[in-house]
Design a binder for this molecule. Sequence first.
Ligand code: FDA
Length: 392
Amino acid sequence: MEKHDVVILGAGAAGMFCAIEAGRRGRRVLVIDHARAAGEKIRISGGGRCNFTNLGIAADRFLSQNQRFALSALKRYTQWDFIARLDAAGIAWHEKTLGQLFCDGPATQIVAMLLDDMRRAGVTLWLETAPGEVRTTPGGFVVETSRGPVQAASVVVATGGKSIPKMGATSYGYRLAESFGLPLVETRPGLVPLTLAAQELEALKPLAGVAVQGSVTAGRTRFDEALLFTHRGLSGPAVLQASSYWREGQPITLDLARGMDAAAHLRKARSEAGRVAPRTALAQILPEKLARHVEALAGLNGTLADQANATLDRVAALVHGWELRPVGSEGYRTAEVTLGGVDTDALDARTMQARNVPGLHFVGEVVDVTGWLGGYNFQWAWSSGWAAGQVV
Ligand code: FDA
């Protein structure tokens, strides 16, 4: 039987990072992935430029039942550590917005760097290999694989979440956790476009393709970024962010003209050019199609001069607080991440080891730690992979 010190299941961001660290410590490491290539999500991420980290890493940028769980790993392997790594590899990068760091060139540079580091660290990589059952033995674990059983002292589960099944995402890691008795936090798609009911979509049809620098609030969390009306509902960074906080049945609130005072604007416009239609004044602070829609939604007739203060205030309230009730999301087909996962209560924050199963570790997205849009999820993958890599 093949024998290794460490078997890592999943050659994504977290698995590769863990493998490099363990390999550098002299451990004999085998990484197994059913995909044809390693690091596929890195390759396609950030529009092919990989938003690999964020300058603003902080606990409140992560969703988890225990928001502080991620901090140990994030503080020990920081965004600055990863940036230094890219600098040393000669991979150029830039800040796009909101602390989001992207490669100047293709994201495949990062995949190549990781594969190179794995090779130098003596890591063995088995692609197109399906792992099966994992069971404990007196010396550690036996992992059944499509190439036969493999023995290891430690197993690291880095099989990611359920997002984009077309790219090979599976529930394997969650099932494995359950088979060892670890609790799961219910999983759902995150960073995902939200969908609207057919009737509402029909009314919003003319707005498809319209984008504004607005904000979206779901629950108590508000995101000031762009939002976009689509043929299915709502998208854009503010909506993707809010989707992670949205629960079925809840409304979300849109501010279509963030940072402006629509009420003051409408009153001023009325005193200066009262003979125009309300939509004309609205179109000075909103895209024209949206201005028309808001006018219709508010049921306005006549000119601006015909509108009482209370009416203008009602229109302004709509501009800054338009409540919509999504019926769902586009689901794992397009979601960037999976919320929920292996319950952090069952894991040691320093080592990512299952408290009740010595030698079994979970890293990356399979764990109930989900970052905001903007490089947070890769930083979690690097940091958690690094943390486990120090001890396996
Ligand atoms: P990851 O999914 O990367 O890797 C899991 C690996 O396990 C894969 O190689 C998979 O093939 C393998 N696997 C799964 N099931 C298996 C099984 N049953 N048997 C064998 N192998 C199996 N984040 C960010 O911070 N910045 C960004 O720019 C983006 N952009 C982005 C774009 C798109 C389109 C998506 C879908 C996602 C992002 N993300 C992102 C999120 C980011 O990609 C994600 O959080 C990390 O890749 C998670 O890393 P992991 O290593 O945990 O899983």
